[in-house]
Design a protein. Structure first.
Length: 279
C-alpha cells in the first residue's frame, strides 16, 4: 500500500532484457516502489492492451494512468518528474513525442525526440548540472549505452554453442515460459541465437573475437569515469552510470560477464554501483 498521491508504477518487462534492466536500476536507485509484470516473450499477452509491442513499458499513475514507452524516455520523464513538481507527469511525457521514421531497410520504427534530455527550467538545471559539460557528458554516455554497448551483449552471450545454451538456460529460468515453451525456447532459441549473433557481429562491424569489442568498450567507459571520481556523476551515480550498469548487469552469471570482470578494469566501479543501488 502506497501513501495517497504517490507515484504508482507497474513495469512490464523481460528480466533478461538490457533495456528493462536499465529501468529497474534507475527505479531501485531512486527508491521508487514498483510492481513487475514478467511478459511471456512468445505470446506477449500481458501487453495486449498496448499498441506499442516492445518492453519495457511502464504504467505510471500520479493521479491519472499513463503509459510510458522506451527505456530512455521512461528514465528521463520520471527523473524530470522527481526533480520538478511544476508539471504533471502527463505534461512531462508530452515533451517526448514519438516520431515515425523509416530505417535503411524500409522498416517503419518509432523514435522519440529529446529522449536524453531532462525537461527542467533554468534554476533546476543549474541545481542538477552545475556546469554545462556535466549534462553533455551524461547525455553522450546514455546514448552510447543504447547505441553501442547494448549491441555487444548478444554477440558475447551467444558467442559459442555452449555459451548460447547457457544463456538460454538462464533466460528460460528467469523468464515467463510454459514447460514445453521453455524446452523449445532453450534448445531451438539457443541454436537460432548462435547464428543470429553472427549476423549481429557483421551488422555492427565487430571483430572475430567479440570479447575484444566488449573489453574495449567497458575500458573506454572506465577511462571516461576517470580515477578521481567514484562515478561519472561524482560521489553518486548519474543517469549514464545507471544506464551502463543496467546493460552490463544482464550478463551476470554468464561466461561473458566473468571474462569481462577478469580482463577489464570495470570491477571496482561495478561493485560500487551494486552497493549504492542496494542502499
Amino acid at each position: 500500500q502506497l501513501p495517497a498521491g504517490s507515484l504508482q508504477l507497474t513495469l512490464y518487462q523481460y528480466k533478461t532484457c538490457p533495456f528493462c534492466s536499465k529501468v529497474r536500476a534507475f527505479l531501485d536507485y531512486h527508491g521508487l516502489p514498483y510492481e513487475i509484470v514478467e511478459v511471456n516473450p512468445i505470446m506477449r499477452k500481458e501487453i495486449k492492451f498496448s499498441s506499442y509491442r516492445k518492453v519495457p513499458i511502464l504504467l505510471a499513475n500520479a493521479g491519472s494512468p499513463l503509459q510510458l514507452n522506451d527505456s530512455s524516455v521512461i528514465i528521463s520523464a520520471i527523473k524530470t518528474y522527481l526533480i520538478s513538481r511544476r508539471n504533471s507527469l502527463e505534461e512531462i511525457v508530452s515533451f517526448y513525442p514519438p516520431v515515425k521514421t523509416v530505417t535503411e531497410k524500409g522498416k517503419e520504427v518509432l523514435e522519440y525526440e529529446n529522449k536524453y534530455w531532462l525537461m527542467l527550467d533554468e534554476k533546476e538545471t543549474k541545481r542538477v548540472y552545475p556546469v554545462k559539460e556535466v549534462r553533455v557528458e551524461e547525455m553522450k554516455w546514455r546514448k552510447w549505452a543504447d547505441d553501442w554497448l547494448v549491441h555487444l551483449i548478444s554477440p558475447n552471450v551467444y558467442r559459442t554453442p555452449k555459451e548460447a545454451l547457457e544463456s538460454f538456460d538462464y533466460i528460460v529460468r528467469e523468464g515467463k515460459f510454459g514447460t514445453l515453451e521453455g524446452l523449445f525456447a532453450k534448445y531451438v532459441g539457443a541454436v537460432a541465437m548462435f547464428f543470429i549473433s553472427k549476423r549481429l557481429k557483421k551488422r555492427h562491424h565487430l571483430r572475430d573475437d567479440v570479447r575484444e569489442d566488449l573489453y574495449e568498450a567497458v575500458n573506454e567507459w572506465v577511462k571516461a569515469v576517470g580515477k578521481h571520481r567514484l562515478f561519472m556523476g561524482g560521489n553518486q551515480p548519474n543517469l549514464a552510470d545507471l544506464a551502463v550498469y543496467g546493460v552490463l548487469r544482464v550478463m551476470e552469471g554468464l561466461e561473458a560477464f566473468d571474462d569481462m570482470m577478469v580482463h577489464t578494469k570495470i570491477q571496482p566501479w561495478y561493485q560500487r554501483m551494486e552497493e549504492v543501488i542496494q542502499k
